[in-house]
Design a protein around this ligand. Structure first.
Ligand SMILES: Cc1cc2nc3c(=O)[nH]c(=O)nc-3n(C[C@H](O)[C@H](O)[C@H](O)COP(=O)(O)OP(=O)(O)OC[C@H]3O[C@@H](n4cnc5c(N)ncnc54)[C@H](O)[C@@H]3O)c2cc1C
Length: 683
């Protein structure tokens, strides 16, 4: 299928918006209409204490709207709508990101852990108070010494049958809980992750509900609470430290859905293997990771809307003989910045939407399918990494695209940068998440990797011929049809052939994966190298595989999303944006495609020309593409955008002045000095 050759006509942004809004359009609409007000937008220039106070107050107000209950069970006043709850967090991220994170901690992490890891007895006691924010809480997993490798946490929780309590203890400084949201000021209870020990045996990390403050706000007996202090951003969130000095925790405070301790201390679990049990527990908490990816997407959209709207009115330099200075969005290199970032934002939006839908369906049943759950976790990890890295890059790019104005707090971008920076780290460090994706891709080899000791190594080496099969996204049938319909693989296939694009992405993933497996197998065949070194020597290759995989599922998500468009003009525009995402991704990996003979040098050069042609075609639609995000004006909270009409008048008056003075654009090259003086950057 080639994209429409006819030039793009005008497109109604609301027709694109309806495609973007997708399955949870009603949640997005509700958020825009009911929450899209100034009080949920960020405030600049507050002290840390003021920011924390305001965000706590807003959290209470948000709870009172009843919207935070979407993901909780109906019997406690919720709506059993996991997809809706993630979408509502994503919408909240258009406003103050501290509020979004605080909400994520309270209702996603803390509430989510009680819901997923606890049982009815605990739900009955706590869920209503958690939803109403009467019980502010924390999710205390990370320790100063262990953030990524949480299976190695050092906090212990040892059962004592004589008192029928656990003894929760922080054995040393590195075992204290660190960076914990809601800990420094508001949290009254925490879900604390610790090594469970009973009858002298360890059973791995489990979660315990632990009161950390009394009703009057002072630390509970044996609990030491510290404050992480000023951070790079998210100043409205009270991150802190928790240490436990032999704190007594009643037996029924173990969140015991996956592991139970009887009165006499006997341990039982339906999952025998400790590692499997731990990862099953973590897997139930995937919602937090999915929310961070979606929220990063919202921040990216905001930044792009600001940059695009600024670029449509900002003028710098005049063309020789031209009668006005040029609008910066008309410069090719400016389009080179904004449009590929916008195209990737669209691509990630559709992939994220598909992920949320899958999460909702996979986790919404009584007996969760294990393979589907594993696939969900891998996709959540990959898209969290892709979305948050894209946010960090794009917000910086948008900041620069707004020049000096982009650096002012009143123009929102500095706070967006500071607040989203840590998204690449929390809910899983991105590099570590890519390794998780890669391990999932080594399907069929995973078990051998799991224990690459003598036996695993032998089996891995013996396993010579196994076809690499790519796991398909939801639009499996459509994608396969498009790939099968490619008219050959040669020079003659147009770059805009969707099947060719999909095949190129698949090819990169498959080849990179095959190469990584070959290298791992080679390492496994050697006797003089440890399992650690086998993996470590190939780590970069393995991560490149994960990256190629994510790029492919994102493209497939986009292709599937376009299918939902019913308006032909909207569909044609989305098709072009998809072309741009596909071609700029291939362009970014030109080196690989050339090295592996997938592109000839001539075709690689032609690719750049095709991208530039697309930029020209899409330029008139820049504004439409950001308007389609339908971000409420009150949430944009950006002076250069709010002043837009005024700014246009100022610019027009400025132009008129220049013309009256016989200077400016019509002065052409002769007056280049005057023009360049006018535009000389402020120091
Ligand atoms: C603002 C903020 C809020 C937070 N909120 C919470 C919360 O509410 N509750 C909670 O439990 N935690 C919270 N965290 C903790 C967060 O989840 C951890 O910081 C995160 O998981 C990373 O762990 P780490 O800091 O120990 O980094 P590390 O794991 O030490 O990572 C440091 C670097 O080492 C690299 N690295 C690590 N392992 C490998 C490897 N195997 N191969 C290659 N490279 C590797 C990483 O890529 C990274 O670049 C929060 C953190 C912050 C900053």
């Amino acid at each position: 299928m080639t994209s429409t050759p006819a030039p793009l006509g005008p497109v109604d942004p609301t027709r694109i918006q309806e495609v973007l809004d997708g399955r949870w359009a009603h949640v997005r609409r509700d958020a825009r209409e009911q929450l899209g007000e100034a009080k949920y937008a960020p405030v600049y220039g507050e002290t840390g204490a003021e920011a924390r106070e305001r965000v706590t107050r807003l959290s209470r107000e948000l709870a009172a709207t009843g919207r935070v209950g979407l993901g909780f069970p109906r019997e406690y006043g919720g709506q059993d709508d996991a997809g809706g709850s993630v979408t509502s967090i994503e919408m909240l991220a258009f406003g103050d990101l501290s509020l979004m994170v605080k909400a994520g901690v309270q209702w996603g992490l803390f509430g989510g852990a009680v819901q997923a890891l606890g049982t009815k007895r605990q739900h009955d006691v706590y869920l209503r108070d958690i939803m109403s924010f009467d019980l502010p809480g924390c999710f205390a997993m990370t320790e100063t010494g262990h953030g990524s490798d949480v299976q190695q946490l050092r906090t212990t929780c040892t059962y004592d049958p004589a008192t029928q309590t656990f003894d929760l203890h922080t054995p040393h400084q590195a075992a204290r809980k660190d960076y914990i949201g809601n800990a420094a000021k508001d949290g009254r209870m925490a879900v604390v992750f610790a090594q469970l020990i009973t009858q002298g045996a360890g059973h791995g990390v489990h979660a315990f509900l632990v009161p950390i403050r009394d009703a009057d706000g002072s630390p509970a007996a044996g609990v030491t609470i510290g404050d992480d202090g000023p951070k790079a951003g998210l100043n409205g969130v009270d991150n802190g430290r928790l240490s436990f000095d032999h704190v007594r925790v009643p037996r029924d405070m173990l969140l015991d859905r996956y592991g139970q301790v009887a009165e006499d201390g006997t341990y039982t679990s339906s999952i025998e293997n400790e590692t499997r049990r731990f990862f099953t527990m973590l897997g139930t908490l995937v919602r937090g990771r999915v929310s961070v990816g979606g929220s990063a997407g919202s921040a990216t959209k905001l930044a792009l809307e600001i940059a695009v709207r600024y670029g449509d009115t900002r003028r710098q330099f005049a063309a020789p003989g031209g009668d006005r200075e040029i609008v910066i969005n008309d410069y090719l290199v400016h389009q080179r910045k904004l449009l590929p970032a916008l195209a990737k934002t669209y691509a990630l939006h559709f992939a994220q939407e598909e992920l949320v839908s899958t999460m909702h369906d996979v986790q919404g049943v009584e007996d969760v399918d294990e393979a589907a759950q594993r696939e969900l976790e891998s996709r959540a990890a990959g898209l969290k990494a892709a979305n948050t890295w894209h946010a960090t890059q794009t917000i910086q790019l948008a900041r620069e695209a707004c020049g000096g104005a982009g650096y002012l707090a009143e123009n929102r971008l500095p706070a967006l940068k500071a607040d989203t920076d840590v998204f690449t780290t929390f809910e899983g460090d991105n590099t570590v998440l890519l390794q998780l994706v890669a391990k999932g891709l080594l399907t069929g080899y995973r078990d051998a990797f799991g224990s690459l000791d003598g036996w695993g190594r032998a089996q891995f080496v013996a396993d010579q011929v196994r076809e690499t099969v790519l796991e398909r996204t939801a639009a499996r049938g459509l994608i396969q049809r498009l790939v099968d319909a490619v008219p050959g693989r040669g020079e003659e296939v147009p770059f805009t052939d969707r099947g060719w694009q999909l095949a190129a992405f698949e090819d990169r993933e498959k080849h990179t994966l095959d190469g990584a497996i070959k290298r791992l197998r080679k390492g496994a065949a050697r006797k003089d190298i440890t399992p650690f070194d086998i993996f470590n020597d190939v780590q970069d290759h393995v991560l490149a595989t994960a990256q190629a995989h994510i790029d492919r599922i994102v493209l497939e998500g986009f292709v599937a999303g376009i299918e939902r468009a019913t308006d032909p003009a909207a569909k044609a525009l989305l098709g072009k944006v998809c072309d741009l995402y596909a071609l700029t991704t291939i362009e970014a990996h030109k080196g690989w495609f050339l090295e592996h003979g997938r592109l000839t040098p001539t075709r690689a050069k032609a690719l750049t020309g095709s991208v530039n042609d697309l930029l020209k075609e899409l330029r008139p639609h820049l504004r439409t593409l950001v308007d389609a995000f339908a971000i409420p004006a009150a949430w944009l909270n950006c002076a250069i955008v709010a002043e837009e009409p005024g700014r246009q008048e100022v610019m027009a008056a400025h132009d008129a002045e220049l013309q009256a003075a016989g200077r400016g654009a019509e002065t052409g090259t002769d007056d280049a000095t005057a023009t360049s003086l006018e535009v000389a950057p402020a120091q």
